[in-house]
Ligand binder design. Structure first.
Ligand code: HEC
Length: 155
């Protein structure tokens, strides 16, 4: 899905209003809905993998991880109507910047975009009294040692 498509989809929901952070409105669906912390755990994984793929200039993988990350954020907003839509919408420019950097295969712009995106993660955490969850641009440590991040054919 294109970025603007999901933003429109989010805007169309209309159900989200700001509520106290303590009341993030657990979904009442009969179907299984992941806990918000689990969705965020997936977002954390994808944020990390996005970084690793971009560092390795594996742009196909980076594009995939960015899609996955966006899907996690959309899920959070769709399932948890207590999350103000504006909090997700403010991430749109940095998500777009990362997407553009991936298309342009531009490592410098990618790093800048990911930094801004990470600030956006933390801005939402702070605004919902979760400021103790601080996301940062990953360092050089190699997590996910069981997955290759370099493009196929490169060591
Ligand atoms: C729209 C608001 C919002 C945005 C944007 C957001 N988060 Fe969260 N995040 C939350 C909330 C609310 C919680 C606390 C969930 C809870 O209390 O169960 C949370 C919790 C977390 C946690 C802790 C989960 C755990 O169980 O340890 C992580 C990790 C996390 N977010 C990562 C991210 C990352 C990475 C991004 C950016 C790519 C991000 N978040 C963007 C609202 C947001």
């Amino acid at each position: 899905m294109k970025l603007h498509g999901w933003m429109l989809a989010l805007a169309g929901l209309g159900a989200a209003t700001a509520v106290a952070a303590q009341d993030l409105k657990t979904p009442s669906s009969d179907q299984y809905v992941p806990r918000l912390g689990d969705i965020m755990g997936a977002a954390q994984t994808r944020h990390q993998k996005l970084w690793l793929a971009g560092k390795a200039q594996n742009w196909d993988l980076a594009a995939f991880e960015l899609r996955q990350l966006k899907a996690s954020l959309v899920e959070a907003a769709v399932f948890y109507s207590g999350i103000p839509i504006g909090n997700v919408a403010t991430l749109e420019p940095s998500l777009q910047a990362v997407s553009d950097a991936i298309d342009a295969k531009d490592g410098r712009k990618f790093a800048k975009g990911l930094g801004d995106l990470t600030d956006g993660c933390n801005a939402c955490h702070r605004s919902l009294q979760r400021g103790f969850v601080v996301i940062k641009v990953p360092g050089e440590l190699q997590p996910f040692a069981n997955q290759q991040f370099a493009p196929a054919g490169k060591p």
